[in-house]
Design a protein around this ligand. Structure first.
Ligand SMILES: [Zn+2]
Length: 299
């Protein structure tokens, strides 16, 4: 038994030793996250959702009235930024949204709009090596084409970062999800893949919510397949199709400081307007269609 215990202890220590520390631009963001946690430990906590192919932890902020542990009785809200490493404006949006959220949790706003009932998880950088190298892809793959969907049942999850996120979103329910990209200047909703009917059963409801969100920062809005070109295997369709989360694809206009500052309250508006539970009408029952020609979507 002693020998077995020693082996397990050794393996445990080894896995700790092999976790790669944040480096480069990612370290700067991780440092900012830790500083936010250190300044506001009652409402902010840094934790890892899992690792990527390089053994680097993917750090997220949990912001709630009890951030130390996940509380599944609260309304889950998710924000994922930097699928594409060359869209640094999305990273800034996630950080500025986090800071504003902390400010609201520590103000009277906490008692408005169900904020005190919500638990936010914010992942500023999903594609770490891409972010450090200012590159769209991660290990030669487009991370936002690596998800399962109704028209892409096979071949997904080539990247460990994506598999980690897919596993994480199974750990609790998320009423809402924002995924941040650049640079178009719009907010869009599912479906965005190749189909003969991209109107979901929630299309009218999405349209009404997004009209009000887009008013805040004067972006355009609509169905993502119509507004940006279709693409298969995207996160924003996956999270709605698989989990019913009300899904917003944000394309920042240019990622400038003022663009980010104008967009933070628009995202707050989205989380405020959606239902407190995921959609139950997220089934896809139209037909998949084949994509021909060049991939025109660089979102
Ligand atoms: Zn992108």
């Amino acid at each position: 038994m002693k020998a077995f215990n020693s082996i397990f202890l050794f393996l445990g220590l080894s896995s700790l030793t092999f976790a790669a520390a944040p480096t480069g631009r990612y370290k700067t963001i991780h440092d900012q996250m830790k500083a936010l946690e250190a300044g506001h430990p009652q409402v902010a906590k840094v934790f890892s959702i899992g690792t990527n192919d390089d053994g680097v932890e993917l750090y997220a902020l949990r912001i709630s009235t009890a951030p130390q542990e996940m509380d599944k009785s609260k309304i889950g809200q998710l924000m994922v930024a930097t699928h594409h490493g060359n869209e640094g404006g999305s990273t800034q949006l996630a950080m500025e949204f986090s800071k504003d959220l902390v400010r609201r949790y520590e103000s009277k706003a906490l008692w408005k709009e169900n904020l005190n009932q919500m638990e936010f998880t914010i992942l500023p950088v999903l594609n770490v090596s891409g972010y450090n190298n200012n590159a769209r892809h991660e290990h030669g793959q487009d991370p936002n084409r690596d998800y399962p969907g109704p028209c892409t049942p096979n071949g997904w999850g080539k990247l460990k970062s994506i598999r980690s996120l897919i596993s994480f979103v199974e750990t609790r329910s998320f009423a809402g999800s924002v995924t941040a990209h650049g640079y178009v200047g719009n907010v869009t909703y599912p479906w965005g893949f190749y189909t003969d009917n991209n109107k979901s059963f929630d299309n009218n409801k999405y349209h009404e919510i997004f009209r009000k969100v887009a008013e805040v920062n004067s972006y355009s809005y609509g169905n993502s397949g119509d507004a940006i070109y279709p693409a298969n295997g995207c996160y924003e369709d996956f999270i709605y199709w698989k989990h019913g989360s009300w899904s917003l694809l944000l394309e920042l206009l240019n990622g400038s400081q003022s663009d980010v500052a104008d967009t933070v309250p628009a995202m707050a508006k989205f989380y405020d307007l959606i239902d407190s539970t995921p959609s139950a009408k997220n089934q896809f029952e139209a037909n998949c269609t084949n994509h021909r020609g060049p991939n025109l979507r660089i979102e």
